[in-house]
Design a protein around this ligand. Sequence first.
Ligand code: SF4
Length: 699
Amino acid sequence: TALPATEPVRTTCPYCGTGCGVLGGPSPATKGDSAHPTNFGRVCAKGSALGETLGLENRLLHPIVNGERASMSDALDLVARRFYETIETHGPDSVAFYVSGQLLTEDYYVANKLMKGFIGSGNIDTNSRLCMASSVAGHKRAFGEDVVPCCYEDLDEADLVVLTGSNAAWCHPILFRRITDARQSRGTKIVTIDPRRTATAADADLFLPVNPGTDVLLFNGLFSYLARTGAVDLDYIGRSTSGFAQALERAGLDAPDIDAVAEICGVPRDDIEAFYTLFAKTQRVVTVYSQGVNQSSRGTDKVNAIINCHLATGRIGRPGMGPFSFTGQPNAMGGREVGGLANQLAAHMNFEEADLDRVRRFWNAPRLAAKAGLKAVDMFDALLEGRIKAMWVMGTNPAASLPDGNRVREALKKCEFLVVSDCVADTDTAKHADVLLPAAGWGEKDGTVTNSERRISRQRAFMPLPGETLPDWKFVAEIAQRMGFADAFDYRRPADIFREHAALSGFENRGARVFDISGLAEISDAEFESLHPVQWPVTGERRHGKQRLFGDGKYPAPDGRACFIAVAHHGPVNAADPDFPLVLNTGRLRDQWHTMTRTGEVAKLMMQAPEPVLEISAADAAAFAIADAGLAEVTSSWGRAIARVRISSAQRPGQIFLPMHWTDAMSAFGSPGRAVNPACDAVSGQPELKHTPARVRPF
Ligand code: SF4
């Protein structure tokens, strides 16, 4: 594409895992792409404002070393030398990359290849750990691989959509619109399960305001109910699954009857029964789960409790049926595909000898890491403790987004050598950097992303690279070449990387892994440029991808069966107590994205909430002498946050809510993340961002 574009360029919205197609340029205009099979031209408020975020205010345009502008070659030489020396002195596990679901697949691929393949450490993790790691772990336990069986068309074709821990009306608005359209056209029922009365809950046919942390019990109760009422599919269970009896027995211990579920979940018995009855009698059911399920110290068990109900009824992989994880970030899925999580290898391979051997040979990487690296929260603990000495943060702001933000800031201060590559100059993380590398932004960079339904779409550039900015993959390749790995990182363009990624997915795969896009391994540059959105797997025989998976009852586990997982209800790791009697929940606003570096620039998006707002019930406001529209201080065992008060009927007594977006750089009130609980799910390593014991007082 000649840049700047003179005609609209087909690209993908960078804000959420829906992955809407948009037309970018001629700068600054953007609008929905009516040819994209995700959104058919629709965009939400954030997507429609993309054109207003393309200015260069607050952009990082040149390399900065120790606070001073530096030449690009000096900055890159320094980064390569300091990483090389640290590895030589302290070993490969003394360095780490912390990357982002905002990266394109090609950026992610080379970062993972450098760290795991050539530095020889597993220490690359991603902010997607905060987003969907519990879904990954749940899918792997149930299916044998991290595979989302559904497609968006299932939302159009379901007769019942259950949304649990998902405020899709705000966080995936285009998908929620598809669900409400289905209600109009075919009478689809919507059930929402959430401790808060969100916009999604307000629009539901049935709303179950469960107590926080009781999802496993609710779905164990459903599993038991389905078995008791003969609604399970015994033929499917016998043919395509294992572990049914043990999982059902375990579920029955938690939830012997509806009364037991109603009491612990804190929901009227009749509403629980209405949900169970509706689920049992409706064949076409999709259960959507998102951060309210994932961001939990029991997140993986919650995912498996949901999947158990779909396996028990055989409702998976057929039109209008299945468990459906909505990813938060635009390329959380792409990061999963290339091994961006510390505990997996590229192309959905695992740290197992056969996979290690395969990747080692494919990359010609004798130093390939032999074991998993540190997950996000553990990685920053290791930084604080001095076990990690050099870190590269790409396209994310962990000082603001990780839990226990005060501890994360201490860790960043302690880091002996911190590199941050970002579009933005003054994030809470960037202020601790020894070297700042100016990264290309949306509209300037070029590559692919994968959305929640496994659809690979192109993000295309329609503006020139400003200043000295470069795409992240280019920075990684430059550093790798300076560290002595020139041959393995001799990429000229994103298409080179994509072809290699696609080839690795098919390398000695032989049908063992569903993630296989080897049908794209030999596409030309021109074919990459014009690549139409396609759902993986894409193989030589299946060039146009596949909408739904597992409809044949065959799974990528060694025995070809899906596995029921016996899960037990446990409360959150840190419960409320007399000192911290309230439960702080954090989440998104409709019109903001992450730490607001882009959406915070748009006046009309800021109108929804110009400052951080604490939502609290009238009863708690009275009990703690908090005035509506006044200021309140929220304190936890880990830190404190200040916010404007809104007394809200959406909050149940005992629970409060803060939006996640604000940073120290964006608000005099500071970042809410400083107060958030760092407990993690033992299986997935995902932090419990939805449940922090806290207290409030007037400020
Ligand atoms: Fe962008 Fe998500 Fe809105 Fe679609 S729903 S326009 S991907 S923010």
